[in-house]
Design a protein around this ligand. Structure first.
Ligand SMILES: Cc1cc2nc3c(=O)[nH]c(=O)nc-3n(C[C@H](O)[C@H](O)[C@H](O)COP(=O)(O)OP(=O)(O)OC[C@H]3O[C@@H](n4cnc5c(N)ncnc54)[C@H](O)[C@@H]3O)c2cc1C
Length: 502
């Protein structure tokens, strides 16, 4: 068989989400040919599916620089930089226009199933580096293959939620209970209202997705008082999500956490802790029985709950099946590229602190293959768009042979707003946050950043005085507290060490 040369082949980008489209913009700008394969029928299918949710980062941190340059002059109007978009706003006012400019370089309805080195399975080393990539995808019920000089996998994790079972496995019967399960962020007050109104919902999980859904359900229950809301968490306390409490290192400012705690204390949300869901069984009434163990009112006992709908907000994991033939260097815990994993491991981090990083940290043994965007964080929940845009800028610079630009990794940090999910709750209908709300959300805490935008360069010369750290105690593997340390950004939560105090 003749070997195809890698040269002059396009760079395949998997996924037309915000980071995949940004990668395409950078490739075009560098004179490289992108081919974006997107499983959905339009741009940013994952973001569109949570379109009703407001982001917590204002527009100025949601737009990639190369994408902005590409859009400028096309008649595009840049949204108010200080306003917080919803997911739908992000698609309509930025990602759809960007995808339109990219035209036929984006192929929709194209679901990638496999990536390999052309003509060499994972175990074959001889001449491997000369071989292009072979990308197999399904479009219109047909299987297609295309060759690529490099592959940037920006396919996110939204399509692969964690299962409900405690051990990372599906609860027994989970596959057959699909009709009772929703994704992490159902549109409780809009499209999915009928599914929840006057019925019993079980929300499983302890992240911001769970909090969003619970608060929407509380809102719904005001109009539909027979709606019953049960919240199941794996840990012994919801303190990490509440944040801002009196025994918390964050100031009492977390609108989201505070509202949720109030709802639990008022009995509008029934909280079950130490929940282990073992089995799901349909019952005769059309509901589903959730069976396992749980603690309620300080007593451990049997969980046997009949519910109409289960909202699975237990987080996401990367789809690595399609990468079976690629030689990857992944962390065994987080399933993220090894060099960034210790910085985002949720066992140690609550606030998603991570320094700017680029191509060097994202390489794998198979050269020219990169995981970027949400997928590059593996199972860690704390990814931010600004981080992903810097990832693809650096990766594309390296692909274009511009090593200096690839290594000059920078992150323009905001004074606030990129890391606080509370802000989304403080925004008005146009996504604008008042000065008072902004002030309340900027003070102190694990994710606080110094006043004024900061540009931080990662590397040996990273300025020690720029470090904010991640709370007062650091673990050797956490990346917090080791000097010199760059400024980090992330979600606010309320405890220092990830899950350790749950
Ligand atoms: C509710 C919510 C709110 C968030 N708010 C913020 C915020 O305020 N600020 C912030 O910085 N970050 C936020 N994030 C985190 C993160 O920035 C987003 O998840 C963002 O969408 C990640 O972008 P991405 O391009 O990496 O992945 P995605 O947006 O998930 O895009 C991946 C794309 O790949 C496609 N795809 C998947 N599998 C395949 C396949 N096999 N073949 C082809 N295509 C495939 C999908 O259809 C999708 O279009 C939020 C996340 C969520 C869920």
């Amino acid at each position: 068989m003749t070997e195809t040369s890698r040269e002059n082949l396009p760079v395949v980008v998997i996924g037309a989400g915000p980071v995949g489209l940004a990668a395409a913009a950078h490739l075009l700008e560098r004179g490289l040919e992108p081919l974006v394969l997107e499983a959905g029928d339009g741009p940013a299918a994952a973001v569109a599916s949570w379109g009703h949710v407001r982001l917590f980062s204002p527009w100025q941190y949601d737009i990639d620089a190369a994408a902005r340059r590409l859009l400028t002059g096309t008649g595009w109007t840049e949204p108010n930089p200080d306003a917080l978009p919803t997911g739908s706003d992000l698609v309509e006012n930025y990602l759809a226009p960007l995808a339109a400019v990219l035209g036929d370089k984006v192929r929709y309805g194209a679901r990638v199933s496999d990536v390999a080195r052309d003509g060499a399975d994972r175990s074959r080393s001889l001449g491997r580096e000369r071989r292009p990539y072979l990308v197999r995808y399904t479009a219109g019920n047909e299987v297609h293959e295309t060759r690529a000089s490099a592959v940037i996998d920006a396919s996110g994790t939204y399509g692969t939620p964690n299962p409900l079972g405690l051990s990372g496995l599906p609860a027994i019967g989970e596959e057959h209970a699909a009709e009772h399960l929703t994704g992490a962020l159902p549109d409780v007050l809009g499209f999915d209202r009928e599914r929840f109104a006057g019925r019993t919902a079980l929300v499983v999980g302890m992240g911001h997705s769970a909090a969003n859904t619970l608060l929407s359900l509380v809102e719904l229950a005001k109009d539909e008082p027979t709606t019953r809301i049960v919240w199941a968490i794996r840990g012994g306390s919801a303190r990490r999500l509440y944040g801002g409490g009196s025994d918390d290192e964050l100031p009492a400012r977390g609108l989201l956490g505070t509202r949720l705690r109030d709802a639990v204390e008022a009995g509008r949300v029934e909280l079950l802790t130490r929940v282990a869901i073992e089995r799901l069984e349909p019952d005769a009434s059309g509901a589903v029985r959730v069976l396992g163990t749980a603690r309620k009112d300080s007593t451990d006992g049997v969980l046997d709950l009949a519910v109409d709908t289960i909202v699975n907000a237990t987080g996401f994991r990367p789809d690595l099946n399609m990468l079976r033939e690629v030689r990857l260097d992944l962390d065994p815990v987080v399933e993220a590229p090894r060099q960034i994993a210790s910085l985002i491991d949720p066992n140690h981090h609550s606030c998603g602190t991570v320094p700017a990083h680029g191509e060097t940290e994202l390489t794998h043994p198979d050269d020219g293959f990169y995981l970027v965007g949400m997928k590059s964080y593996g199972r860690a929940p704390t990814f931010l768009l600004a981080t992903g845009y810097e990832q693809v800028r650096s990766v594309v610079a390296a692909l274009a042979g511009d090593r200096a630009a690839a290594d000059a990794v920078e992150l323009n940090l905001p004074q606030t707003g990129v890391c606080s999910s509370d802000l989304a709750f403080a925004a008005d209908a146009d996504g604008v946050v008042s000065a008072e709300a902004l002030a309340g959300a900027t003070s102190g805490g694990c994710c606080a950043t110094p006043s004024g935008p900061q540009t931080v360069t990662l590397g040996l010369s990273a300025p020690a005085e720029a470090a904010t750290g991640c709370g007062s105690t650091a673990e050797p593997t956490s990346g917090c507290g080791s000097a010199p340390e760059p400024v980090k950004i992330g979600f606010t939560t309320g405890v220092e060490h990830g899950r350790s105090s749950d």
